[in-house]
Design a protein around this ligand. Structure first.
Ligand code: MEV
Length: 355
């Protein structure tokens, strides 16, 4: 069995968080911090061994028939359920004598999985979706399944839902397609807004997008957000005040549509204004924090064209679209407000095979 290494990028939500959980669109960009995952064979042991140092998983073992059963350390959850879902979605593989999976059982060959990440899970860059996509992509390579982008998306999204119970799937799409995408309705529509069109997700996203960076500064609030809890919090507000929350979601949808046009025209002044409007909506949803608010205000006052939180809220990162002339002052303002500048570049390549 060949050893395979794959990598997938982290992501930043540009516009549309929370509303996207209810089928509304969002805009997301892939960042140049990547998660790497390799799979190699181990002989005479019919099991999976996972080492994910960044999330404190060291030599965790599970037999093939026990996958998904019993206690799973948090850092190994997405990998283990992704493997289970990959095997379960390939029943034919199980039946064919010549098939690689059966060779695993017959010859007592197991899988050793190792991960390495250029970003900590606490930043909200989407480590869960990146590791899920990497696991399934690597298995697809190892077993010559040649999954299409759409199949990879469906299986990875199922895995995330199996574990988290909710989520829009935008982060999974970003890890797969990379670039900067418009994402709608649980992946029914995925369109690249800066590179070539990927209206049909199976056609794959074009290029490396290097020519299309836009000036985004990222500030980490120092607080890890719990996405599942925040999504539930918004759901509760929606149950208590459906008209208000639906109205906010409608506003966010309009902002995303205008934001897509602004990005396509590279009108970053307009995009900044739309980020500010989106932030107002997120404040109304009750998911911004004092710390995020003060970092955002500081960035705007120091010359950013617009700023907002990015992701679930409650912590994680804020983003500020910033002209080159104000980069230094905005960085300092974010730091003075207690934030940590994350040096990332946007619009980068999606999942890829490294070896
Ligand atoms: C979290 O990064 C973004 C949310 O919209 C959740 C999701 O889309 O799955 C809050």
């Amino acid at each position: 069995m060949k050893k395979v290494t794959v990598s997938a990028p982290g992501k930043l939500m540009l516009l549309g968080e929370h509303a996207v959980v209810y089928g509304h669109p969002c805009l997301v960009t892939a960042v140049d911090r990547r998660l790497y995952l390799s799979i190699s064979a181990i002989s005479n042991q019919q099991k999976v061994i996972i080492n994910a140092a960044g999330v404190e998983v060291k030599g965790y073992e599970k037999s093939f028939d026990e996958l998904g059963i019993g206690d799973i350390p948090k850092g190994a959850q997405f990998i283990e359920i992704a493997i289970k879902n990959f095997f379960e979605s390939n029943p034919k593989i199980m039946k064919q004598v010549e098939d690689p999976l059966l060779r695993i059982h017959n010859d007592k060959i197991g899988l050793s999985i190792k991960t390495r990440s250029e970003f900590a899970s606490m930043f909200g860059f989407g480590s869960s979706s990146a590791v899920t996509v990497c696991t399934i992509k690597a298995l697809s390579e190892v077993f010559d399944r040649n999954l299409s982008q759409k199949e990879l998306f469906d299986l990875s999204y199922k895995t995330v839902l199996d574990i988290q119970g909710n989520g829009s799937g935008f982060d999974v799409a970003s890890a797969i397609y990379g670039g900067t995408i418009y994402f709608e309705n649980r992946g029914e529509r995925i369109v690249s807004v800066i590179s070539d069109s990927i209206e049909n997700p199976d056609s794959g996203i074009s290029g490396n997008g290097d020519e299309e960076k836009f000036p985004l500064l990222v500030g980490y609030s120092g607080v890890k957000a719990d996405t599942v809890t925040l999504v539930k919090q918004v759901a509760l507000l929606g149950a208590q005040q459906p008209d208000v929350v639906n109205g906010i979601f409608q506003d966010i949808e309009k902002i995303v549509h205008h934001g897509r046009e602004a990005l396509e025209k590279k009108d970053f002044v307009l995009f900044g204004k739309l980020m500010d409007q989106n932030q107002d909506c997120l404040v109304k949803l009750g998911i911004s924090t004092e710390k995020l608010n003060s970092m955002i205000t500081a960035a705007r006052d120091a010359g950013a064209l617009g700023a907002k939180l990015s992701g679930a809220g409650g912590g994680d990162c804020m983003i500020a679209i910033t002209p080159n002339s104000s980069q230094q002052s905005v960085k300092e303002a974010i730091e003075n407000a207690g934030g940590e500048i994350m040096n990332v570049s946007t619009n980068t390549e999606g999942v890829r095979v490294e070896t």
